[in-house]
Design a protein around this ligand. Structure first.
Ligand code: PLP
Length: 380
């Protein structure tokens, strides 16, 4: 049976050649020549004052909150329907995540929900470009400006997406990217912090490196100046091996995203008249990076049974993403009914750049028949 995986990274000969160059250079660690070149490329691509290459997006979020001066006990409003890295990052700095519900049609944070949650301890908002679809930054910015709050864009899934003509990753003063193996551009693990503020970037870079400057740079200096530690930083550096892979991947974004777009367009054609699911909605003013393709099942469909059928027939699938507030670790009494509903009814079907159109057709066929088998009759 031809297995159709839900996700599959597009890494090949070009990336291998880039890794071979790093091996030959003798500097595989972080903040070396490849890391610096990657940071320069990211700053240029996103038109930002600073880009910091880091080990993952969770680290980027942590560094962002530290650089923004979030203090213990502060409240940070986070989009609820997401991989819960934003709420985790808030907890890393002993602050309090406040969960904001999302729009039913896009799964992105509902600006009205954000406005309703602002209180005396609120210092900022982390919006998420949900599985690659940008949030409502115009509305979020106007709310944040009115209340003096920061906005961080979690663009982990959104490399290549746009909002009102601008690149995801440049939609808020600070943004975090992920280059994890399940995202659109990857080095296995990896991330970046992007910001219009060079001082904030410098702060994040020092904290990503134990609180001192680049060791590679030190070795190039004439004489023997001994660097000093100025922060209790972390080791969140991205290796030059990963940076070299990412330079290739960033150069391939248009190609890889083009293939994901074609898959999404074909799913939309094949499933348009299927009454038991709602297809992803992309508002006119933005484009999707299609990190995942999530369909919302009719309340009368048994999702677990559909998923089991798909997997039994070699079609990978998953629940999509999480309702953060329902994760026991946060011990919150908040409710986010829209997010909870999407968490219960969404199904992620295969989406990556290596899918053939034959495979896409087979997924649609298997999904349609599983839906029919596992739909409870209306009113029952
Ligand atoms: C994947 C993901 C992350 C975590 O990224 P890592 O690079 O694995 O740390 C953070 N936020 C969102 C929205 C994600 O989807």
């Amino acid at each position: 049976m031809d297995m159709i995986p839900q996700v599959h990274a597009s890494l090949g000969e070009q990336e291998l050649a880039a890794v071979a160059e790093v091996f030959a250079s003798g500097w595989p660690a972080g903040q070396g020549p490849r890391g610096k070149a990657l940071e320069a490329e990211l700053a240029q691509r996103y038109g930002v004052g600073g880009a910091v290459a880091v080990s993952n997006c969770g680290a980027a979020l942590h560094l962002a909150l530290l650089a923004l001066g979030v203090r213990p006990g502060d409240e940070v409003i986070v989009a609820d329907y997401t991989f819960p890295a934003p709420a985790h990052a808030v907890r890393y700095v002993d602050a309090v995540p406040v969960f904001a519900d999302v729009r039913a049609d896009t799964g992105t944070v509902d600006p009205q929900a954000v406005a309703d949650l602002i209180g005396p301890r609120t210092v900022g908002v982390i919006a998420v470009d949900t599985v690659g679809l940008p949030a409502d930054y115009a509305e979020l910015k106007s709310i944040a400006d009115r209340h003096g709050l920061f906005v961080v864009e979690d663009a982990a899934c959104a490399v290549g997406a746009t909002y009102q003509g601008r690149e995801a990753g440049a939609l808020a003063p600070v943004a975090c990217l992920s280059f994890h193996g399940r995202k659109g551009a990857t080095s296995g693990e990896g991330g970046a912090l992007l910001t219009e503020d060079p001082a904030l970037a410098a702060d994040a870079r020092i904290r990503s490196s134990f609180g001192i400057g680049s060791i590679f740079d030190q070795a190039q200096v004439v004489g023997l100046p001994i660097p000093v530690f100025t922060e209790i930083g972390f080791n969140y550096k991205l290796s030059d091996i990963a940076a070299a892979i990412l330079q290739v991947q960033i150069g391939r974004i248009d190609e890889l995203l083009g293939r994901r777009r074609a898959v999404a367009a074909r799913y939309a054609e094949l499933l348009a008249d299927e009454e038991l699911i709602t297809l992803p909605h992309v508002p006119q003013d933005r484009t999707h990076a299609w990190q995942s393709y999530m369909v919302t099942l009719d309340p009368g469909v048994d999702r677990a049974a559909v998923a089991a059928d798909l997997r039994a027939q070699g079609v990978g699938c998953g629940h999509g993403t999480w309702a953060s507030h329902l994760q026991p670790v946060y011990e919150t009494k908040q409710t986010c009914p829209v997010s909870a509903d999407l968490f219960e009814r969404n199904l992620a079907i295969p989406m990556h750049a290596e899918l053939s159109m034959n495979q896409v057709e087979r997924v649609a066929e298997v999904l349609r028949s599983a839906l029919k088998t596992h739909a409870r009759p209306h009113g029952a």
